[in-house]
Design a protein around this ligand. Structure first.
Ligand code: G6P
Length: 609
């Protein structure tokens, strides 16, 4: 959600901070700010509402240069988006930036007001600034004051702090929100995501829960929650070589849609044998225990949840293992019955989504055979805390609306279904068929991407629409849900998905000439049933748009209302039919003139509840 960057160097660090903020802006973007230590050691703070570009213009009017500084891009939780709520927040001679939520902020605020501190924002972050200042007034020792303040905080935080009394030091801490330390040569950095610092380094130390650290020009000292000095290994960031530019594309989202054949290839690399899957990649312990799994619980949020819903059809349909799929925000707060030998799977692009991480931590307390994280970020909290891991290799996804992360999650889940099947004696022909189908996917997706000109024309028809229905059956029902989510996220058109069989139980009442109905209609065993549902829409004057298999005769449908996709094996068809739906939402958003990569009110990584 929010983003943090910090740097200490012998040169002016403001350009490093600004470039870091630009790279994090996709995560949250209602205001931004910097606090920089110039040579006179009086902190300069500049803040602005809106995007990082607004902060840059504010800095042109009020330059802030120095060798040490912290910066922040905000996604409002406490207090509306406004300059006085933007970070950094200051108290006495210190400045602080914060990601996360402090749950006991009201009680702390009341106490600090009684102590005479004056608040100038509605944020929970300003409470931390005053709390550290209060402890520092008592002790005169900044590290001790920082630790004492951390001990009083309940909730989630990643923090960075600078103080005029220690003009050559950066402090930071992590609990529940990610934070990394970047190693440069004779300079050091920190950030909430390595992406922010790839312009200056590709070596990172990932702080663990409860860690706090002190950075100087020469290096960093790290302590764990008990105050014991600890070492965290410096790891090379594997995607550092990837371009984070939009290249020839108008938006990151379009670039990421077109990157899908390559992302799927990368995700499958090293995972497939000739007619089997290489289960050792899950870890030797996992490989030996796949055959013991009797139940599966899948927990995720947003688009990742939709991937889980598709997987249920595969796992129950092919392997016969009962599989339950749930959104993490519900799962974490209810009493869950866990049958013996249940595998918990969490799915997340970022690996830092607060609810998904909480679900994993809840599950780690016991009752499960094992936990598996399917994730796109190798160093993320989710991956580090799960027993087993299955990495998608989509590369960094910058567009807030998830595209290549979703299809690579589907690929990982079909791979896992195949691994489960393989671990049971029996249907090895299906194992080989799945492997062959997975191998075909990149090429098939490239062909689906060729539909773009037709989809561009189709999108014009949504210019004045306010609502859309998406229909699908079987594993294409969650694909319809994902199509509806994409459309609402970036074009702000209200969209709902229904299992087509539910049409007459309510949504048919909404159908008229103002309601486009998008149906996902591959050639599978449910096609005839779906066609009857579509007839019901046509009979009521609904504007029907169908994505269908090229080899099937579309009785009664006009060619401009039907877009044809290649004929494929049933098992991979949900992945293929995702592509035109992504493309449709992208082009409708262009028609509507919205901010495609940074839709209003949304954030890429939801690291707070
Ligand atoms: C946010 C993003 C979605 C994403 C969801 C879950 O809502 O905007 O694109 O699907 O979080 O994120 P995760 O990183 O856990 O997959």
């Amino acid at each position: 959600m929010c983003g943090i960057v910090g740097a200490i160097a012998q040169r002016n660090i403001t350009p490093i901070l600004l470039e870091g903020l630009r790279r994090l802006e996709y995560r949250g973007y209602d205001s931004a700010g910097v606090a920089v230590m110039p040579s006179d050691h009086h902190i300069l703070r500049v803040r602005a509402t809106g995007k990082v570009a607004e902060l840059e213009s504010a800095l042109t009017d009020n330059p802030a240069n120095g060798h040490l500084g912290i910066a922040h891009t905000r996604w409002a939780t406490h207090g509306k988006p406004a300059e006085h709520n933007a970070h950094p927040h200051v108290s006495d001679r210190l400045a602080i930036v914060h990601n996360g939520i402090i749950e006991n902020h009201s009680a702390l605020r009341s106490r600090l007001v009684e102590q005479g501190f004056v608040f100038s924002s509605e944020t929970d972050t300003e409470v931390i600034a005053h709390l550290v200042a209060w402890h520092y007034r008592l002790t005169g020792d900044l590290l001790a004051a920082f630790r004492a303040a951390l001990n009083e905080l309940h909730g989630a935080y990643a923090l960075a702090l600078v103080h005029e009394d220690e003009p050559d030091t950066l402090y930071c801490a992590r609990m529940g929100s990610p934070l990394v330390i970047g190693e440069g040569s004779g300079e050091n950095y920190l950030a909430s995501d390595p992406l922010a610092l790839l312009q200056v380094t590709d070596r990172f130390r990932y702080l663990e829960e409860g860690d706090h650290a002190r950075l100087t020009l020469d290096g960093c000292e790290i302590w764990d929650a008990r105050g014991e000095a600890v070492q965290r290994p410096a790891l090379r960031y594997e995607h550092a070589a990837l371009s984070l530019d939009k290249g020839e594309y108008r938006h990151y989202m379009l670039k990421e849609i077109f990157e899908q054949p390559g992302a799927i290839n990368d995700t499958l690399a090293g995972t497939l044998g000739t007619d089997h899957v290489l289960t050792a990649i899950l870890g030797p312990d996992a490989e030996a225990r796949l055959g013991n799994i009797e139940h599966i619980h899948i927990v995720a949020c947003g688009t990742s949840y939709h991937a889980g819903l598709v997987a249920r059809y595969w796992i129950e349909g092919q392997v016969g293992i009962p599989c339950q799929v749930e959104v993490a925000s519900e799962y974490r707060y209810r009493t869950v019955a866990v049958p013996a030998n249940t595998l918990l799977i969490t799915i997340s692009q970022s690996g830092e989504t607060a609810d998904t991480l909480a679900a994993l931590r809840f599950a780690a307390k016991g009752g499960y055979l094992a936990t598996l994280a399917i994730c796109n970020v190798a160093g993320s909290s989710l991956v580090r805390e799960a027993d087993w891991r299955l990495l998608t290799h989509a590369g960094p996804e910058i567009g807030v609306a998830s595209t290549k992360a979703f299809t690579t999650q589907l690929v990982a889940l079909l791979w896992l279904t195949t691994a489960l099947l393989q671990s049971r004696s029996g249907n090895q022909a299906q194992v080989a068929a799945n492997v062959a189908a997975l191998r075909q996917l990149p090429e098939l997706i490239s062909r689906a991407l060729e539909l773009e000109p037709q989809i561009t024309r189709l999108a014009e028809r949504f210019a004045n629409k306010h609502h859309t229905l998406f229909l699908g059956r079987g594993p294409h029902y969650p694909i319809a849900m994902e199509g509806a989510l994409k459309l609402k996220e970036i074009s702000y058109i209200h969209a709902e998905a229904y299992a087509a069989g539910e049409l007459k139980h309510g949504p048919l009442a909404l159908v008229d000439e103002n309601m486009p109905v998008v149906s996902v209609a591959p050639s599978d065993s449910l096609l005839e049933k779906l066609r009857s549902n579509l007839e019901e829409v046509r009979a009521r004057g609904g504007e029907l748009i169908t994505f269908a298999c090229e080899s099937i005769d579309q009785e009664g449908a006009s060619p401009q209302d039907t877009l044809s996709l290649p004929e494929v094996a049933d098992v991979i068809s949900p992945v293929l039919y995702t592509i035109p739906l992504q493309m449709l939402s992208y082009h409708v958003a262009l028609v509507k003139g919205t901010d495609v990569d940074k839709p209003r009110n949304l954030a890429k990584s939801v690291t707070v509840e």
